[in-house]
Design a protein around this ligand. Structure first.
Ligand code: PMP
Length: 264
């Protein structure tokens, strides 16, 4: 949910409150959600690159440079005196950024995994991060009604593409599999996880994940700016091993990756 919890100000210096931000009015606008860790925007370069790419795909022009956004975030962190949390950066006409309420998973959810539902839905431009209230709305409704942590989107061919706000990975033996790049949002976390896996010598493949394949996987996890890497315990009627060695190894490696980024 995009409920701003701290003030924001627009780049020309005029201070406004975040009450003036209405997701519906920003439909079609490009955005990023960036995690702030110890005052540092995590994986900022990757987020800025995707911000530009989303604008390009959506046929919009962002009049602000990466340095503008970066300076803006530094001001925002300092002004709000908030050093850990999630920031929403959005651009439809003007650049806006503010801290939003986040829901990081609990320790117990990391330990025992979360249950995910399935939703037949396709995002319009999979590679672009654009405000789209329809798929998000349906996903949020299903999540609220059934108590799922996330719903995985299923396309018209019966293939799982990604979560409504996350990417999905599947483990079979020593193989790590994720749906094809052109069908999903190129999650910054997804990209980092693929790097971590390669660092660990784990084989990563992009493949279509038809629903019929689900019982054949040992473990499943989702990735995103808020969950990082989160084990999935169940999808529909299929259970997965949340203690899977490869999964747990990747989670450790990813924590190291964050630590390194924040320290440097
Ligand atoms: N897919 C979708 C549809 C999303 O909205 C998100 C959240 N931005 C992700 C994947 C995960 O991306 P990231 O790792 O950059 O947060």
């Amino acid at each position: 949910a995009l409920y701003p919890i701290h003030k924001f100000f627009i780049l020309n210096g005029e201070l406004k409150t975040n009450d003036e931000f209405k997701p519906a009015e920003n439909e079609g606008g490009v955005y990023e959600v960036i995690r702030i860790v110890d005052g540092k925007p995590l994986f900022l370069e990757e987020h800025l690159a995707r911000f530009s790419r989303s604008a390009e795909i959506a046929g919009r022009e962002i009049r602000y440079s990466g340095t503008d956004v970066s300076n803006y975030l530094q001001d925002l962190i300092r002004e709000n005196k908030v050093y850990n949390g999630n920031v929403l950066v959005s651009c439809k006409v003007n650049l806006k950024a503010f801290f939003i309420a986040h829901s990081y998973p609990t320790k117990e959810q990391y330990r025992s995994g979360v249950e995910c539902g399935l939703l037949h839905a396709e995002r319009e431009n999979p590679n672009a991060k654009v405000f789209q209230t329809t798929v998000r709305g349906r996903a949020n409704q299903m999540i609220a009604e059934k108590g799922y942590y996330e719903v995985l989107l299923v396309d018209h061919n019966g293939n799982i593409t990604e979560g409504s706000r996350s990417n999905a990975f599947f483990i079979k033996g020593s193989q790590l599999i994720t749906p094809p790049s052109e069908k999903v949002l190129l999650g910054v976390t997804r990209q980092k996880v693929i790097h971590c896996a390669r660092d660990l010598g784990i084989d990563v493949k992009e493949e279509e994940i038809s629903l019929t394949r689900l019982p054949g996987f040992n473990a499943v996890f989702i990735t995103g700016t808020s969950p990082n890497i989160l084990p999935v315990s169940k999808i529909g009627i299929t259970d997965f091993d949340v203690q899977n060695t490869l999964l747990r190894k990747l989670m450790k490696q990813f924590d190291l990756c964050i630590e390194q980024y924040v320290r440097n």
